[in-house]
Design a protein around this ligand. Structure first.
Ligand code: DQA
Length: 144
C-alpha cells in the first residue's frame, strides 16, 4: 500500500478564515492544506486533502480509502455529531482514523460532546486549531 494519508474535511470547513474565528481561528483551509502537504513531504506521506459539504460524498470517499490510504485524518465538522452513515463507512473501510477538530468541542454546546467517530478512532485531537492536523500526521509518522 502507498504511503498515502487521506485528510477529509466536512461541511462548512471551506469557510475557515472568515467563519467564527473565535472558535476556528484565522487560517483558511487552503493554508492548513499547504502546511499538511509541507509536513507530509518531510515525513514521507503523500497527502490527499479534500473537503465536502455533502455527507454522501464523504461516505463515498471513506469507502474508496480501503487498500488505498494508510490512514484517514477526519474532521467531519457537524457530521461528527450526527452521521451514522460516516460511522458505518469508517467501520466497513477498516482504515485507521484520527479524529481532528479545530475547536475544543468539549468546551462548547452539549450537542458537540457526542461524536459518532471517536469510538472508531485511534485517537482524537481537538482544541489546537489547524495544528491538530499536523499533530495527527506526526502521530502517524511515529506509528509508521
Ligand atoms: C468542528 C467542530 C464541529 O462541532 C463543528 O460543527 C465544525 C467544526 C471543529 O473543527 O472544531 O464544523 O469539527
Amino acid at each position: 500500500m502507498s504511503n498515502s494519508v487521506l485528510i477529509l474535511n466536512g461541511p462548512n470547513l471551506n469557510m475557515l478564515g472568515t467563519r467564527e474565528p473565535e472558535h476556528y481561528g484565522q487560517d483558511t483551509l487552503s493554508q492548513i492544506e499547504d502546511r499538511c502537504r509541507k509536513l507530509g513531504a518531510e515525513l514521507g506521506w503523500e497527502i490527499d486533502f479534500r473537503q465536502s459539504n455533502n455527507e454522501g460524498e464523504l461516505v463515498t470517499w471513506v469507502q474508496e480509502a480501503t487498500h488505498v490510504h494508510q490512514a484517514i485524518i477526519l474532521n467531519a465538522g457537524a457530521y461528527t455529531h450526527t452521521s451514522i452513515a460516516i460511522h458505518d463507512a469508517l467501520k466497513a473501510s477498516g482504515v485507521s482514523v484520527i479524529e481532528v477538530h479545530l475547536s475544543n468541542i468539549f468546551q462548547r454546546e452539549e450537542f458537540r460532546h457526542t461524536s459518532y467517530i471517536s469510538g472508531l478512532a485511534d485517537g482524537v485531537i481537538c482544541g489546537f486549531g489547524g495544528v491538530g492536523y499536523e499533530l495527527a500526521l506526526r502521530t502517524l509518522a511515529v506509528k509508521k
